[in-house]
Ligand binder design. Structure first.
Ligand code: C5P
Ligand code: MG
Length: 159
């Protein structure tokens, strides 16, 4: 009989002018972006932590520390792929991802299929096993005031 585990991931990045906005490996057309040591892909980071969490392998900062020059301006999709590889080495198979990006603007729904496809590639999953949802924060709090973006994810692993 298979054993299943779930892992939860969350991330937040400050919004800043003159920065790219990358969500799940897809560049979003926007006059502002997300600030961070890496490419600040808030969704990739949340999913990475969800996978590490399900496999009880620590968190993103443990595997890819901020102060480590190797990961400076790193492509977060590579970190995500590395987390999948680590979970596989520990005997786990990823079966499903659900996620939510909380961002006041721009609207992301036109990007949904592109993001799902790009994530599915890095996760070695079919697109029907990758769910990506979007929400505003109803103009309340740092996300609602357009000062930051957040992402939440849950990963399901099987062995
Ligand atoms: O936050 P709210 O419930 O108003 O969002 C309504 C819908 O707008 C969401 O279900 C989602 O499809 C879309 N949305 C989006 N991009 C965002 C926020 C919300 O496409 N940044
Ligand atoms: Mg992050």
């Amino acid at each position: 009989m298979s054993e299943y585990r779930s892992g939860l991931g969350w991330d937040s990045h400050r919004i800043a002018a003159g920065r790219p906005m990358k969500i799940g490996g897809v560049v979003i057309e926007c006059e502002f972006g997300l600030e961070g040591h890496s490419d600040a892909d808030v969704l990739a980071h949340a999913i990475t932590d969800a996978i590490l969490g399900a496999a009880c392998l620590g968190d993103i900062g443990m595997h890819f520390p901020d102060h480590d020059a190797r990961w400076k301006d790193a492509d977060s999709m590579q970190l995500l792929e590395h987390a999948v590889a680590l979970s596989r080495q520990a005997g786990w198979e990823l079966v499903h991802i659900d996620s939510t990006v909380i961002l006041e603007k721009p609207k992301l729904k036109e990007y949904r299929e592109r993001i799902r496809l790009r994530l599915a590639q890095s996760l070695s999953l079919t697109q029907d096993r990758v769910s990506v949802k979007f929400k505003t924060a109803e103009r309340v709090g740092p996300v609602g005031e357009g000062r930051s973006a957040e992402a939440q994810a849950i990963a399901t692993l099987r062995r």
